[in-house]
Design a binder for this molecule. Sequence first.
Ligand SMILES: [Zn+2]
Length: 355
Amino acid sequence: MSVMRKPLIAVLGLLLVGPGVGAGRAQSAYVVNDGHFHLTNYVQQGTDIHDFLKIMGTKVGRVALFGIPLQQTWSYGNTGDFAPTYYLQTDAPLYYYSFTDAFIAMAYRSLTPAEQTRLDPMITGFNPADMYAADHIKRVLQTFPGVFSGIGEFTIHKEFVSAKIAGETASLTNPAFDRILDFAAEAGLVVILHNDVDMPFPKPGQDPYPVVQLAAVLKRHPRTTVIWAHCGLGRIVHPVQDQIGIVERGLSNPDLPRLYIDISWDETAKYLMATPETTQAVADLINRYPDRFLFGTDEVAPTEQAKYLKVYDMYAPLFARLTPEASEKLRKGNYERLFDAARLKVRAWEKANPR
Ligand SMILES: [Zn+2]
């Protein structure tokens, strides 16, 4: 156990022995909130939501919870009797699986009200290349009022994935994406967007158009709260030169007041913690913008707490380099501020727009 986590555990122990603590105080006893979590995988299988609450246990306070909008086809012609469960295991296409939203909503509704307060379900089952995508999101809110806080994680540019999706390829320049961001602002939904910072193997001097286009579209939607997942990193999309500069220019830009970054995914941690120097540079950036970063695991359907919190443990050296304020906000405070606001706004929108 790292030195910095001992006091937190001690605080946790003290609070747990005191009976009748209010929800707010009990909340503060948790070590972390998870801003990025998939309950189900690419074939829509996953952890039972009641088991997941046990895995959160006394360590994880709240979780932004979603399935995966894409279903991996089991194409017998491609893999025969081998049933793929991940997009890298077959060349068969992925397709948008809208039923995920009903599945997540029904799972959430099977919980007690106290259990529900620890989760912020997200809508994902829409095709971002479809002008009707915003209408799907609206319909989900009206069909399952009282459930959802946001949309995502959904994907525009993602290595290996975007090119495998059947139908029109999503793009940042598609007006369908503008409609989604407009509606998110109207309803108060938090957006978690996966968009790689660049293509996997850019030629020297190649225009990093994914990040240029991302800045342009977000500037058109300054009222929409957008969490840029994994700060644009991926399995093989590694930090473009000047990654810290790109993120810093985004966060310092007055035209992007509601841009946030999540540091979820062990693949992201791999890059951010590559050397003591990169870890320090990332810590310095978070210390300069303590209100703009969220922790997340990006775990998919975990079976035990140790596996679920692997990414949290990987980040211990980063947490140790943060100011106490930045560490608290990254791990818990920013999540609570964004999602508390979203809950209020989305519930108000649902009341004003009944089915
Ligand atoms: Zn994810």
